[in-house]
Design a protein around this ligand. Structure first.
Ligand SMILES: *[C@@H]1O[C@H](CO)[C@@H](O)[C@H](O)[C@H]1NC(C)=O
Ligand SMILES: *[C@@H]1O[C@H](CO)[C@@H](O)[C@H](O)[C@H]1NC(C)=O
Ligand SMILES: *[C@@H]1O[C@H](CO)[C@@H](O)[C@H](O)[C@H]1NC(C)=O
Ligand SMILES: *[C@@H]1O[C@H](CO)[C@@H](O)[C@H](O)[C@H]1NC(C)=O
Ligand SMILES: *[C@@H]1O[C@H](CO)[C@@H](O)[C@H](O)[C@H]1NC(C)=O
Length: 285
């Protein structure tokens, strides 16, 4: 009897070591390698390495929806410095509590700059269920978060700090094309000098579109599934900080605001319930 228990014990250990690769946390002792990914606790988001197309096998570190079969990337770390296809990637935590993405030769292609000089051994990087990838110090403080560094996409619960006083802080920058995450020509931010919170979309340095955030609902929106299912909230905080948060109630379809590579700013509902397709949120002025 006792002898038959031994193989079962071994099988369980083997399974638990497989599960580790789907963890939501990276530590200094456990870096992330090319074929690994982190999956947020509730399974909503994944963080890992992707190549944009089958013909472009350069590696990018990104966050995508884990629940959608077609890979839908919402954040990219090294958009303008991919890791060569012939190499491999490692994401690790340094002794100075920074995240560093490097290739097989140890050459860094992307890194955070926390300005913390120690504590790396106790620092953890966690992919949260909101899609936020955070670097957490031993005392629990977030010392860096991907939500502070948006690429082309806003997702619910992300606080997009658009301006501070007269200073433009945050900007969405579109992908170069639908399968090239590098910084494209289109960018989008608030005009801090306009009282009505005008939004500017630029094509390079040229103004392409100017519009206003028109209240709490999408212009022409038909979010009929739930009256309060989609709201973006503009907050004017202390010191003149203007931020925008997309707020979706529980049970709503996955929703995001994307600055497309074509220059269109769209709200994309990703599941097929009774919702109008992509809406332009801007009123041309
Ligand atoms: C993939 O595309 C990026 C951006 O255009 C480029 O820098 C990189 O060299 C390409 N990689 C390959 C393997 O074609
Ligand atoms: C990081 O700290 C550990 C422990 O103090 C030390 O052994 C290691 O060499 C350090 N690594 C680097 C890259 O400085
Ligand atoms: C927590 O740790 C961070 C970085 O290690 C430090 O800057 C911060 O002051 C600490 N906060 C508290 C409340 O100890
Ligand atoms: C954006 O600007 C470029 C360069 O001036 C131009 O070729 C392109 O047509 C513009 N795109 C749109 C959509 O206007
Ligand atoms: C988001 O919506 C929920 C429920 O509709 C509400 O309780 C919460 O305060 C809202 N949060 C923000 C930041 O607007």
């Amino acid at each position: 009897m006792a002898a038959s228990c031994v193989p079962i014990f071994i099988v369980l250990l083997f399974l638990s070591s497989f599960c580790k690769s789907d963890d939501d946390t990276l530590t200094q002792a456990k870096p992330l390698f090319s074929s690994d990914k982190l999956v947020s606790k509730g399974g909503d988001f994944a963080l890992g390495f992707f190549s944009p197309t089958s013909s472009n096998t350069s590696l990018y570190l990104g966050v995508w929806y884990n629940t959608i079969p077609a890979r839908t990337v919402v954040w990219v770390a090294n958009r303008d410095s991919p890791i060569a296809a012939s190499s491999s990637a490692t994401l690790a935590i340094t002794n100075s509590s920074d995240l560093v993405l490097s290739d097989a030769q140890g050459l860094a292609s992307w890194a955070t700059k926390t300005n913390i000089v120690a504590g790396g051994a106790g620092t953890a990087a966690v992919l949260l269920d909101t899609g936020n990838f955070v670097l957490r110090s031993p005392n629990g403080t977030y010392i860096w978060q991907s939500f502070d560094h948006p690429t082309d996409t806003l997702i619910p619960s992300m606080k997009f700090v658009a301006s501070y006083g007269a200073q433009v802080v945050g900007r969405l920058i579109a992908w170069k094309s639908s399968d090239d995450p590098s910084s494209g020509d289109f960018s989008c931010g608030l005009d801090p000098t306009s009282p009505a919170l005008q939004m500017l979309i630029r094509n390079g340095s040229k103004l392409y579109y100017r519009g206003v955030w028109n209240g709490a609902t999408v212009s022409g929106g038909t979010y009929s599934s739930n009256d309060d299912s989609i709201v973006y909230q503009v907050n004017v905080g202390q010191g003149g900080e203007v931020s925008l948060t997309l707020n979706v109630s529980d049970g709503s379809p996955l929703t995001r605001i994307v600055l497309e590579h074509t220059g269109a700013l769209t709200i994309v509902p990703l599941s097929a319930i009774a919702i109008a397709p992509v809406q332009h949120m801007l009123i041309a002025v």
